[in-house]
Design a protein around this ligand. Structure first.
Ligand code: DOR
Length: 428
């Protein structure tokens, strides 16, 4: 990766521009002046600055991940805001919303301020999410309004669910007038029990305790009904099952204010890949059956699932080398996200512009972030990628501090070449 400051004027020429707001794809140029978008159009003049011939590659908004674990504070051996930022850039992401399940959890206005200040000089835009409950214990709500004032963009106890329905109701009620979503990790722990992988043929075959799909869908159902009842704003993270998709479809038809995300790994892998007991495939919620995977793909294509989010979850080698039952769930995902999703979804006949929307405008809108990044005067947040490039994901592509990914050795489609973010230009 090379990193340089942007010149005063930079013209990106001969680009295939995807505008995910206007839903248009066209050949054109982009002029960046003093780090801000000056013009997006056709045959723009060079204007005395530097020019990069993009040679027909795609130029679009920088990707936005609304679900990443950067482990700061507490587990800086796994990831820091700084190393996470590098992983983000390598994946084409210029904006990342970080989950609060750190050690200690981000459950106070002061801890939100700590992250905002720490992230100020990093090369990507980092937005913290606050915990729903103090210490993520599921009992007492955090000071949501003050946390928003300090810069929180959403609330989540991700990693663990809000099991208590009454607490979930209050969380949705308090967050609604603040205009931010509550993101509940939908896994009923009493149904999950000691489960390790999806409950089905493969859990039986491998002798690992199963996690039934209803552990997710029953909680999705509860959250939808509570959100509908209190007119709350619900976002459902890392959807893994067909049953959850059907509930979200129903909820959207009823006009419930609900959005949902899917991870690259739930779109890419099935429980059959666990045949070698690779702990890198142990995630929460678990990777499920082919039937579930196909339902997730269709739902993303149809817009029932709004966007892609990585659930980038770094863990140490020691953690992941533990026996399967003891290894913590999670895999890193920022660097491989686009290549994995575009491979799978292009294979299913999905339009590139739809996938770009699921990596840009849609996640930003869910989080209430400005989403029309081509407007004149907007700080340039762009990604340049080759949608046709096929490449094998290798350890050298990882910029995270951790290495826990089953994507190593996988052939992906769509390669990030250049990222422009916060006045800098990064080349890969
Ligand atoms: O697999 C996961 N890992 N799922 C989560 O929800 C939490 C995450 C983590 O923090 O490691």
């Amino acid at each position: 990766m090379t990193a340089n400051h942007l010149p005063k004027n930079l013209l990106l020429k001969n680009a295939r521009i995807i505008d995910p707001v206007k839903m248009k794809e066209f050949e054109g140029d982009i002029l960046i002046r003093n780090g801000n978008i000056e013009a997006v159009g056709v045959d723009l003049p060079e204007d005395g600055g530097e020019t990069i011939n993009v040679n027909g590659k795609i130029v679009t908004h920088g990707f936005c991940d609304i679900h990443a674990h950067f482990r700061e504070p507490g587990r800086e051996d796994k990831e820091t805001l700084e190393s996470g930022s590098k992983a983000a850039l390598a994946g084409g992401f210029t904006t990342v919303c970080v989950m609060p399940n750190t050690d200690p959890p981000i459950d106070s206005p002061e801890s939100i301020r700590f992250l905002v200040e720490k992230a100020e000089n990093l090369p990507v835009n980092i937005h913290p999410m606050g915990a729903v409950t103090m210490g993520q214990k599921g009992e007492h709500l955090t000071e949501m309004a003050s946390m928003i004032q300090e810069g929180a963009v959403a609330f989540s106890d991700d990693g663990v669910p809000v099991m208590n329905s009454g607490v979930m109701r209050r969380a949705l009620e308090y967050a609604a007038p603040l205009g931010v979503p509550v993101i509940n990790h939908a896994e009923d722990l009493t149904l999950k029990g000691e489960g390790q992988i999806n409950e089905g043929d493969w859990s039986t075959e491998l002798g690992l305790a199963g996690i039934p799909d209803v552990s997710e869908s029953s909680m999705v159902s509860r959250d939808i009904q509570v959100a509908e009842f209190v007119k709350g704003r619900l976002h459902i993270p890392h959807i893994s099952s067909r049953k959850s998709v059907e509930l979200i479809r129903w909820a959207k038809e009823q006009g419930v204010n609900v959005t949902a995300e899917v991870t690259p790994h739930h779109l890419y892998f099935t429980d059959a890949h666990l045949v070698n007991y690779d702990t890198n495939l142990k995630v929460a919620p678990p990777i499920r059956s082919e039937k579930d995977r196909l339902a997730l793909m269709t739902a993303l294509k149809d817009g029932i699932i709004d966007c892609v989010a990585t659930d980038h979850a770094p863990h140490t080698i020691e953690d992941k080398e533990a026996p399967f039952d003891w290894a913590p769930p999670g895999m890193i995902g920022l660097e491989s996200a686009f290549g994995a999703v575009w491979k799978v979804m292009s294979g299913a006949g999905c339009e590139l512009i739809e996938i770009v929307k699921g990596f840009t405008t849609k996640p930003r809108t869910i989080m209430g972030l400005a989403s029309d990044l081509f407007q004149k005067g907007t700080p340039a947040e762009l990604v340049i990628f080759d949608p046709d490039a096929e490449w094998v994901f290798q350890a050298k592509h990882i910029h995270s501090k951790s290495r826990n990914t089953p994507f190593i050795g996988e052939r992906l489609k769509g390669k990030v070449l250049t990222v422009i973010s916060k006045g800098m230009i990064f080349q890969f």
